[in-house]
Design a protein around this ligand. Sequence first.
Ligand code: PHE
Length: 341
Amino acid sequence: MKELLKELREKSLAAIAGAETSEALEALRIQYLGKKGELTAVLKQMGRLSAEERPIMGQLANEVRAAVEQTLEAQKKLLTDKALEMKLAAETLDVTVPGVEPRLGRQHPMYIVLDEIKSIFIGMGFDVLDGSEVETSDYNFTKLNTDEGHPAREWSDTFYFTPDSSILLRTQTSPMQIHAMETRSLPIRIIAPGRVYRKDEVDATHSPMFHQIEGMAIDKGITMGDLKGTLNEVVKQLFGPSTVTRFRPHHFPFTEPSCEMDVQCHKCGGVGCPTCKGEGWIEILGAGMVHPKVLEGCGIDSNVYSGWAFGFGLERLALRRFNISDLRLIFENDVRFLEQF
Ligand code: PHE
C-alpha cells in the first residue's frame, strides 16, 4: 500500500503540474480526490490493514492528500497569473499612436436664431412654452375665432388625422395662445416656438413643415404701442440697431386689429431686388391685439384685460439673419452648407 500511495503521489503531482487550463485542473482534482477518485479508493482499503499499519498508512495517505491539494492550489494560482499576464500583454495601449479626431457637429443656423430670439424674450420677462404638434381643431381653429366653414380649415390646406376633421397637425403655433390663457394666471407673457404643418409644395420659400414662434402678452392696459415697441426692439437686437421695420394692416380671425410686420430688405436697402421680389420689404410676422372673443372664450374679462399676439416665421428670420437665399437649404442638411455657421 505504501508503494501504491507513493506512486499515486508522483503520478498525480506530475499530472497537476502539467495541467494547462483550469478545466483540466478540476478534472484532475476529481480524478484523485473526488468521491470515486484514486486516493479515495486507496483509503477505502485501509480496513484491511493491521492495527499497527493503519495509523502509519493513514498518516501517509493524509500527506499525499495534502500534497495533492497544495499542488492543485499552486497550479491554479500559476494559471490565473499567466492568464492575467497574457491579458495585460494583449491589452497594451500605445499612447504614442496619433488619435482619431472626432468630427464635432455644430448648431443648425435656424436653432442659432431660435436661441437668440429666446434669450431676447427671456430678457424681457417672457416664459418659453413647448406645445404639441398634434392638435384638436378646437384649439387650432374654433377657440381662435375661426369657425367651421372658414377657408383656413379646408382639407386642401390642413393635414387632418380623422374624417371628422377633429384632430390635425397644427397649422400655426397660435393654439398655444389658448393653452397659455387656459393654464396660466394673469398677467401672461409667453413665447412658444415649434413646428407647424400645411399642405404646401416645396419651393424656395415654402415647405409643408416649417417653424413658427408664437408670442403673447396679456395684462391690464396693453396696447398696440406695446406690440410695436416690443417687436421693433426684438428685431433690432436680432438684426442690428439700424434695422427698419413697417407695420401693415392685415386680417387674422383671432386678432383685432391685425397687422403684418415687414423688415426692410437687407440686400437692397428697400430699393427692390430679387431677394425681396422687388418689394424692398420682407414680411416676417403676423400680429395683432388678441380678439375680445378669444379672451372671453378663455375666461378672461376683455373689459379689464387686453393683450397682443404675434407669430414669427422662424425660417424666414434665419434666412434674413444669415443671408440665405433658399429655404430648402435649411432642411436639406447638406454638411457643406451647415459647416458655414
Ligand atoms: N398664426 C398666424 C399665421 O400663422 C400668425 C399670427 C399669430 C397672427 C398671432 C396674429 C397673431 O399666419
